[in-house]
Design a protein around this ligand. Sequence first.
Ligand code: CO8
Length: 257
Amino acid sequence: MTETILLDRPAERVARITLDRPRVLNALNLRTMQEITAATSELDGDPDVGAIILTGSAKAFAAGADIKEMAPQSFGDVHAADWLGGWEALSRVRTPLVAAVAGYALGGGCELAMMCDLLLAADTAKFGQPEITLGVLPGMGGSQRLTRAIGKAKAMDLILTGRTMDAEEAERAGLVSRIVPADALSEETVSTASKIASMSKPAVMLAKEAVHRAFETSLSEGLLFERRLFHSTFATHDQKEGMTAFIEKRPPEFRHR
Ligand code: CO8
């Protein structure tokens, strides 16, 4: 039984996790971290799930890590517990993660959205890393993922001043995949996730892995990695089916293997 998230299946092969702490604007406490990482890890192992949506409410995707939970901790506490290090489990999920962000995505909320593979934003979305205003700094990847996504100039601006940026600025900067009207966010996200989930799952997982490798390696190593993954798809049923279907001018019937 989950306390801080809701789970549903809004379409075939699509799972959705909705943050559900409305009274604190979906602030992320330890329980939320445990529930999200346990749910995503279970869904990742389910062959009938081809994409996972992570979303919040109309007012807030998540307004950050739970400040009331963090405030009394000492250095010894957070260091010994490797506080919030458990979020790294999300990076090991191989099924595509699609973030649907409306309202506030601040601090850990922005960092959680950046851990997803696609980021769809409502025109009401607001992104920021306000940790500096609390006397700390981002601790769940903000200084690293935000800088890779939008470059040093804008990352420094956000992280050192704590200001927020709206959806349009975030899209221009390269943080957001697409902006949609707020009332269409849910439908557009489910349709995008369904599209991904309809593709060959092994091809999708390999493609995700290849894009992530671009952040971890040199260009020549990355190109070789990509080429070998590409070669490996020729061992799948779905490569034969996808290419045959194209030649026969019919939709492919992928078996996800
Ligand atoms: N944590 C706990 N409670 C929160 C949080 C939060 N991050 N954000 C909002 N709330 C609570 C408020 O305290 C309030 O509760 P109550 O009604 O009991 O007073 C309720 O949610 C509603 O909030 P507001 O009344 O403030 O709503 P407003 O609409 O006036 O303002 C804002 C909305 C602007 C989003 C405002 O709530 C705000 O500034 N929130 C904090 C944003 C923030 O600073 N986030 C960063 C947190 S630090 C962080 O994320 C670090 C992550 C990495 C740590 C890694 C360590 C290793």
